[in-house]
Structures are given as structure tokens and as C-alpha cells.
Design a protein around this ligand. Structure first.
Ligand SMILES: Nc1ncnc2c1ncn2[C@@H]1O[C@H](COP(=O)(O)OP(=O)(O)O)[C@@H](O)[C@H]1O
Ligand SMILES: CC(=O)N[C@@H](CCC(=O)OP(=O)(O)O)C(=O)O
Length: 317
């Protein structure tokens, strides 16, 4: 058999090229926010599950926090419940809260768990309410300096990641819905709708993750975003203080997403990434290659030099 002509040698090269990253990330926890197109298109869904299970077999500890905005919207529309967004957050009436919880925990979470478990008994679904994973207080939006009531939207004030750690230690892949418990309501504990990017960041900090990866439906953070513009320039690397300055100028879904990246990095997560979920195997490209995809947020202390990455043969975007 000629290994050169049948491509086997190329495969060996590809595998060995991943060695520095396998060594670097072995045993590391990666929190992945799963949303956008990667979640709705069937061929991308299957590739996402392949990637997550690959990470698990490669010795990483992936944790999934999933979104579900479009699925929630579809159900609200079906039931004729009005809903709109303020600063990227869904104004959540008690009626809408029931739908949010049912769709995220009862539908989307089950779908993601089932997708991963086609590969074996890995994924275990959890709501953020379970085992006091997320505790939240009522959050308000601020628009032009004015505080606005957005209903049952929560701000996470405490994370008890014990149950998630136990699942990871048992070799499982936790799949988490962004619902939080609250103990500040007039009638005792209530439930809150938390943006999934925000929940992913809080969990990444609590788990001391080595990365937060947010999959979405655009290439990354655009410097000059306008919905009608033909092309955009993606910011490939940004340091925390520059992102903090940029935040007030951002709009719609990018607000919680980039706030989440900033929270993660300021909370000690070394890197936060916004990746294009439309790119097949975006997760593997980010973790095991030096392809510069998406936007990477780094702490100020790490910005610019790329010294660590260069030493390790790592992309220093
Ligand atoms: N500066 C920006 N760069 C990229 N996208 C932006 C920007 N500002 C606003 N957006 C919008 O934010 C959207 C992503 O947020 P969202 O729809 O909430 O994503 P997801 O469902 O993945 O959480 C993009 O599709 C785009 O329409
Ligand atoms: C408060 C708030 O806005 N919660 C979100 C929760 C789901 C989510 O974040 O889904 P995506 O990641 O797909 O946007 C919502 O109700 O849509």
C-alpha cells in the first residue's frame, strides 16, 4: 500500500499539526455558547455535535450554554404573545416567561442533548435553576441614561457550578439553559429569563474556563456595522479596555454578546471568542488551528504582544 498516494500521510500530518493545541488544552474547560445558524441548519447542527464530542475525546471539558431566541419568538407568535427587545434583551412578561422556560428547557435543551448523544452517553441537560446553578436578580435596561423595566429578565448574581463540575468530572458534557432562579420576589423564589451569552460568560468565570466561545450568525464583531452595508470589516482581536469603550456604540444582539466577552475576560477567562456558526467546524478551527476566524477578546495585559501564542506556535491575532 502506498500511503503517499492514498492520502493517509496527509491525514497523519493534519493530526500531528494539532499536537501543540492538544497539549495546551488537555484537561481545560471550554464554555461554548451555542446559537445562531449553527443551531438551526441541520448540516451545521450535526457538525457542531461532532466537534463537541471530538473536543471531549481530545481531553477537553466542553460545557454548552444554548440560546433559542428564534425558537422562543416562534412560540410567542404562535400563542399571540407580544414581545420586543430593549438593548438586546427580551422584555419578559410573566406570560412570556412561561413560554421562554418551556421552549428553552423543554424543547431546545432536549434537542441539543439528543444531538450530542447520537455519539454516546455524554450530554446531560440542566436548567440554570437546577442545583442553584444560576441565581439572579431583576435586571433593568438603561436607554439614554433612563432606567427601563424589562420584566422578568434576570442579572446573574451568584453561580454555584458544583453540579456542572460533578458532571465534567464524570466525563459528561453539561448542556445548560439560561434560566435562573431568584429569591428576591415578593412571593419567594421566582424564575428569570437570562440572555444566553450573559449566562455563558458567568459560567465560564465560575468554572475558570480557558476559553469562552460564542457561536453566532455573523463573522464576528464588525467595526462599522450597518444592516444594509454590502461588506463589513471584522475586528479580529480586541483588548478588553478597547471593547469597553466600544460597547455603548453597539446595537441589538451584539450588546449582550460583547458584554459577555468582556465580563468573561475581566473575570479571569484568558480569551473570549465570537465565531461564525455558519462556518463548518468553526470550533475545531478555533481551538486546533491558527486560522484567524471571528473576533478574539483578550485582557489588556495580553493585548498586542501575542508572545505566549507565538511561543506555542499559536495564532497571535
Ligand atoms: N457590530 C456588529 N457586528 C456584528 N453584528 C452586529 C453588530 N451590531 C449588531 N449586530 C447584529 O447582531 C446579530 C447577532 O446577535 P443575535 O442575533 O442576538 O445572535 P445570536 O442569536 O447568535 O445570539 C447579528 O446578526 C447582527 O445582525
Ligand atoms: C433576556 C433575553 O433576551 N433572553 C433570551 C434568552 C434566549 C437567548 O439568549 O437566545 P439567543 O442566544 O438565541 O439570542 C430571549 O428571551 O430570547
Amino acid at each position: 500500500m502506498n500511503v503517499r498516494t492514498n492520502g493517509a500521510l496527509d491525514k497523519a500530518h493534519t493530526l500531528i499539526e494539532a499536537l501543540p493545541w492538544l497539549a495546551r488544552f488537555h484537561g481545560a474547560t471550554v464554555v461554548i455558547k451555542y446559537g445562531g445558524n449553527a443551531m438551526t441548519e441541520e448540516h451545521l447542527r450535526a457538525k457542531f455535535a461532532d466537534d463537541v464530542v471530538f473536543l471531549r475525546y481530545a481531553g477537553l471539558r466542553p460545557v454548552i450554554v444554548h440560546g433559542g431566541g428564534p425558537q422562543i419568538q416562534a412560540q410567542l407568535d404562535l400563542q399571540g404573545i407580544d414581545s420586543h427587545f430593549v438593548s438586546g434583551l427580551r422584555v419578559t412578561t410573566p406570560e412570556a416567561m412561561q413560554v421562554v422556560r418551556m421552549v428553552l428547557v423543554g424543547q431546545v435543551n432536549r434537542d441539543v442533548v439528543g444531538l450530542i448523544n447520537r455519539h454516546g452517553p455524554f450530554a446531560v441537560g440542566m436548567s440554570g435553576e437546577d442545583a442553584h446553578l444560576f441565581t439572579a436578580e431583576r435586571k433593568h435596561a438603561v436607554v439614554d441614561g433612563v432606567k427601563i423595566d424589562i420584566g422578568q429578565v434576570g442579572e446573574i448574581v451568584e453561580v454555584d457550578a458544583g453540579a456542572v463540575q460533578a458532571l465534567l468530572d464524570d466525563g459528561r458534557i453539561p448542556v445548560v439553559s439560561s434560566i435562573a432562579r431568584g429569591d428576591d420576589g415578593p412571593d419567594g423564589p421566582g424564575v428569570y429569563n437570562v440572555n444566553a451569552d450573559t449566562a455563558a460568560a458567568a459560567l465560564a468565570v465560575a468554572l475558570k474556563a480557558c476559553k469562552l466561545i460564542v457561536l453566532t450568525d455573523v463573522e464576528g464583531l464588525y467595526a462599522d456595522w450597518r444592516p444594509d452595508a454590502p461588506s463589513h470589516e471584522v475586528i479580529s482581536r480586541i483588548k478588553a479596555s478597547d471593547l469597553a469603550e466600544l460597547l455603548p456604540a453597539l446595537s441589538s444582539g451584539m450588546v449582550p454578546k460583547m458584554e459577555a466577552c468582556l465580563t468573561a475576560v475581566e473575570g479571569g477567562v484568558p480569551q473570549a471568542h465570537v465565531l461564525d456558526g455558519r462556518v463548518p467546524h468553526a470550533l475545531l478551527l478555533e481551538i486546533f488551528t491558527d486560522e484567524g476566524i471571528g473576533t478574539m477578546v483578550v485582557p489588556d495585559s495580553d493585548a498586542g504582544s501575542g508572545a505566549l501564542e507565538a511561543l506555542e506556535g499559536r495564532d497571535s491575532r
